[in-house]
Write a protein that binds this ligand. Structure first.
Ligand SMILES: Cc1cc2nc3c(=O)[nH]c(=O)nc-3n(C[C@H](O)[C@H](O)[C@H](O)COP(=O)(O)OP(=O)(O)OC[C@H]3O[C@@H](n4cnc5c(N)ncnc54)[C@H](O)[C@@H]3O)c2cc1C
Length: 506
């Protein structure tokens, strides 16, 4: 196929499909048609409620009014994730969004904190590392406000994302996409027509016999992977040996009170439980490894952990952590669960959808003859999946837990060298180098490495250039300013009530 692209067909109308449609509506201005096919009868995966701050860029990119979006999706604000019982039973730590402390004369803030915390006497009284992160302090106090753009203000160090109802988000985006020219077609796809000469997708055929032709197809069909998997046969690379969790059971419950401004991830004997507060309900689920526990035990654990009555029967999902060998194959690009899945521990799936969309828009092909864009796309996306994979493995591997077979397996398994190198660098002098284009900032890595109780042996020798006493005063002052700023914020519940209360919650 060498002609110009005139018809783009999106297969699937879950979060991936409608995010893609809302972003690609601008192709209609360039004379292309954008059609989305979905089946109400099949439905969507029905989970996916927690996000990371990059979602703000996506929403801004497509011109979403944030308060309207929060109201429409019953969203709450998320300042980070609290990890309970991960490194040791009884431990808890936050992976907050936003900036940690303030670097001094080119020395990373946490290096200064490491040195001071190892002194004795008054100078060692430096508190916890996350006392120096406004998002963490505000999260613990249950407070929220939007950041200030002025870099001189400590409020500029705050960063946030959302918890939302993913099906309401898809509906919200559908409204935007349809209004701007995307055409929705309802129906179950029964067959994919492949050109026998070049293996390109020519059309999808509905159960009614209707044929929807296209030049470029975006596979957003979820775990079914109708195009990239079934029709084009691109193999799936499993990472289950590093990420053994392969099932989840999800159940919504009523809200017990004011929503927390963070996700909670509590480690269990063979996986972990999520708790995601929305305005109108709480999303709960248990991600677990079927090799180490039973479906019944997992369902019981999630029900026992609810802090309000269940609103529905538990629903079960199965998956394999991994990614397609190629996400762009011939004239098909897989976005969303059809392309790969990494469990929701760091809420990265919706980000990976967004990343796929923005890379595709940046590399949008003039025609399908040249593989240049395809090669770049596949390389960049694979790297990003691997970086996210490593970050998630870290949470399981860096543990001292030896109270179950599952934790013994995770603690003693061999991890990718990209991760073991990172851990070794940290263990020496507490250094973290962010990979090029890496999603997680150095501060995110530091929060999780410290939270998982991986103590560096020493610190950066450059810290010795900073005077001990001056550093102590600096730390005390910064901690005080951050605490005062957080205390002055409205509560999370008040912020929502005043700006973006959802009719769902009424
Ligand atoms: C347990 C679990 C928890 C998760 N939690 C999070 C989280 O907290 N944060 C996060 O970012 N992500 C999370 N995710 C991932 C997130 O749910 C997905 O990335 C997101 O919902 C996108 O899904 P999707 O659109 O690719 O697939 P789906 O929602 O499954 O949509 C697939 C679409 O394809 C259509 N379709 C399929 N077959 C056909 C056919 N034959 N004919 C016509 N249409 C068809 C369906 O009708 C549907 O519209 C989680 C996933 C799981 C499994």
């Amino acid at each position: 196929m060498t002609g110009p692209i005139r018809r783009v067909v999106i297969v699937g109308g879950g979060t991936a499909g409608w995010m893609t449609a809302a972003a690609m509506e601008r192709l209609t201005d360039a004379g292309m048609s954008v059609t989305l096919v979905e089946s109400e009868e099949i439905g969507t995966v029905g989970v996916g409620e927690a996000t990371i701050p990059s979602i703000l860029d996506f929403n801004r990119w497509i011109g979403i009014d944030e308060d309207a979006f929060v109201r429409a999706t019953g969203a709450t604000f998320k300042l980070g994730i609290e990890f309970v019982d991960w490194a040791r039973k009884g431990d808890r730590y936050l992976h907050p969004f936003g900036i940690l402390g303030r670097d001094v004369q080119g020395v990373k803030f946490h290096q200064l904190w490491l040195r001071q915390s190892r002194l004795t006497g008054a100078e060692a009284d430096v508190g916890a590392l996350d006392d120096y992160c406004l998002s963490a302090v505000a999260a613990r106090l249950g407070r929220f406000t939007r950041p200030n753009a002025n870099p001189a203000s400590v409020l500029s160090s705050l960063s946030y994302a959302f918890h939302f109802d993913a099906s309401l988000y898809a509906r919200f985006l559908r409204g935007i996409a349809e209004e701007r020219g995307v055409v929705r077609r309802e129906g179950r796809i029964e067959r994919v027509d492949i050109d026998p000469e070049n293996g390109f997708v020519r059309a999808v055929i509905l159960a009614t016999g209707e044929r929807i032709e296209g030049d470029l197809f975006i596979d957003c069909s979820g775990f079914r992977a109708l195009l990239i998997g079934d029709a084009l046969g691109v193999p799936y690379v499993s990472w289950q040996h590093w990420l053994p969790c392969d099932r989840a059971v999800a159940v919504p419950s009523t809200s017990p009170g004011a929503p927390l401004p963070y996700t909670r991830a509590s480690a269990e004997d063979a996986g972990w439980r999520w708790r995601i507060p929305l305005q109108h309900r709480v999303g709960n689920g248990h991600v677990y490894a079927s090799a180490f526990t039973s479906d019944e035990a997992a369902a019981q654990a999630v029900l026992a952990g609810l802090d309000g009555p269940a609103l529905a029967e538990p629903s079960q999902l199965r998956f394999t952590a991994g990614v397609r060998e190629r996400l762009w194959e011939r004239n098909c690009i897989a976005i969303g669960l059809s392309g790969g899945f990494l469990e929701p521990l760091e809420s990265t799936s919706i980000h990976l959808i967004q990343s796929g969309i923005s890379r595709l828009m940046a590399l949008f092909p003039g025609d399908m003859a040249s593989p240049v864009e395809q090669t770049q796309y596949n390389r960049l996306m694979r790297t990003e999946y691997e970086q996210v994979r490593d970050f998630i493995i870290l949470h399981y591997h860096a543990t001292t837990r030896d109270d179950s077979e599952f934790w013994n397996h995770c603690r003693t398994m061999t991890v990718p060298t990209t991760l073991s190198d990172k851990i070794a660098l940290w263990r020496g002098r507490g250094r973290v180098i962010r990979d090029q284009g890496g999603l997680f900032t150095e501060d995110s890595w530091i929060a999780v490495l410290m939270g998982q109780v991986l103590q560096p042996a020493s610190h950066d020798p450059l810290v010795e250039a900073l005077p001990i006493e001056g550093s102590g005063n600096f730390l005390r002052h910064l901690r005080g300013v951050i605490n005062q700023t957080a205390q002055a914020m409205p509560t999370h519940a008040d912020f929502i009530a005043q700006n973006c209360a959802s009719p769902q919650a009424a």
